[in-house]
Design a protein around this ligand. Structure first.
Ligand SMILES: Cc1ncc(COP(=O)(O)O)c(C=O)c1O
Length: 408
């Protein structure tokens, strides 16, 4: 007798169905297609030589340790490296505040596992990171959304959303994925006050903060929160914010290596949750990443990434000004990998995508990033992955598709 699998799936699978957009995006794997769809770093910048040398050193000097099981918390020298890195970023922590995860995506899943009961509400920006929605839908969360503008979360709508009693809020402060915008310093300070007033914790997801091309660094929410609570920013003991970042955009996403910074008792609970997922993040990857990153290489490498992405962003912005028809507007990100396009009301970006794919160009329709189904007239464009001449050509083609479809 064959197993009727479809009668055996857990209820949580009902919220994980395939979407029409995901099906469309499968077409973007096609050869010769210019894709602004993924969130992929520039592959030609991956420090392959450094990884080659570091792997040899790790295997020659610590081969058996690298190939052995290790602790769930992560490789101690790497956690210490992250403590130092965070300190330079204004975040004071010690190794007990750090958990190494298998990508930030796993950190999001861990958060879901330790915090979300079925039916809990999560407050998110609208639009927000699709991977967080995917992770938390699996824990049967519902979403309460707050709109955003070019300075990030619109605080005028925040208190009303907080009145719905969300378990926590999920904020992407820098060069947001998908919007490309950055939460202003004034809004960060007010957000911390309001969150504190309502007793609502914040998950701060910051994969792009290091990739600022221009403008002033703005302190992370976790720092502003610690300053408010402790007057000196030195203790995360009573912190209201869990911070996370990743090596995916600065070293290589294939490593699957990221970290969380949180109060100790939260880290201990995360450790228990992670044990059930993968016991620990790959020992060998952690050791090689540490070997590559230490002694200043990563700092230097990030400067190169910023230079290249800034140039690509500028090529994309200039090409959009030249080729996009009137009525279309877009964000001008000061860093990161994405920008966000708004089409006139009534236009459907999913329909535009079909036309774009026929012209061998792809992007992600913005509706995918809205938990509430809004944003049909928006689209996310990635500028980090394609070469400048391909960006110019792709935007030119997209401009033609838009001009042909525009309804005034
Ligand atoms: C906001 C955000 N969070 C998390 C992730 C996942 O990153 P990682 O590769 O570390 O799992 C991404 C990846 O694009 C992202 O944009």
């Amino acid at each position: 007798m064959t197993t009727p699998w479809n009668q055996r799936y857990a209820q949580r699978m009902e919220r994980m169905g395939s979407s029409a957009i995901r099906e469309l995006l499968k077409l973007t794997q096609r050869q010769g297609l210019i894709s602004f769809a993924g969130g992929l770093p520039a592959p030609e910048l991956f420090p392959v030589k450094q990884f080659d040398e570091a792997s040899r050193r790790v295997l020659a000097e610590h081969g058996s340790q690298a190939l052995q099981y290790s602790t769930t918390e992560g490789y101690l020298p790497l956690r210490q490296y992250i403590v130092d890195k965070m300190s330079a970023y204004g975040i004071e922590a010690d190794v007990d505040n750090i958990l190494i995860t298998s990508g930030s995506q796993q950190a999001l899943d861990i958060i879901g596992k330790i915090l979300i009961n079925p039916g809990d509400k999560i407050l998110t920006e609208s639009p927000t990171y699709l991977g967080a929605l995917q992770a938390w839908r699996a824990y049967q969360a519902d979403f309460v959304t707050v709109p955003t503008d070019d300075d990030g979360l619109c605080l005028d709508y925040l208190e009303e959303a907080l009145c719905a009693g969300p378990k926590f809020m999920y904020i992407l402060p820098n060069f947001q994925n998908p919007g490309g915008f950055t939460l202003s310093r004034e809004r960060r300070e007010e957000l911390i006050d309001v969150a504190d007033h309502y007793g609502c914790p914040i998950i701060e997801d910051d994969p792009y903060g290091e990739l600022r091309f221009e403008g002033e660094h703005i302190p992370p929410l976790v720092v502003l929160d610690a300053q408010k609570l402790n007057g000196n920013g030195h203790s995360f003991k009573h912190g209201n914010v869990i911070y996370m970042s990743t090596f995916s955009k600065t070293l290589a996403p294939g490593l699957r290596l990221a970290w969380m910074v949180a109060p100790r008792d939260v880290i201990q609970n995360c450790v228990m949750a992670k044990q059930g997922m993968d016991l620990h993040t790959s020992s060998i990857n952690q050791m090689i990443a540490y070997e590559v990153a230490k002694d200043g290489f990563l700092k230097e490498h990030v400067r190169l990434i910023r230079r290249v992405y800034r140039e690509r962003r500028d090529v994309m912005l200039n090409a959009m000004s030249a080729h996009f028809p009137p009525g279309v507007s877009w964000t001008r990100p000061e860093g990161g990998l994405f920008l966000w396009v708004r089409l006139p009301e009534g236009m459907d970006a999913a329909h535009i995508l079909e036309g774009a794919i026929a012209q061998n160009v792809a992007f992600v329709p913005g509706v995918a990033f809205h938990p509430d189904g809004d944003g049909r007239n928006t689209m996310r464009l990635n500028f980090s992955n394609a070469q400048p001449e391909m960006i110019e050509l792709g935007i030119q083609r997209l401009g033609q598709v838009l001009a042909a479809e525009l309804v005034y």
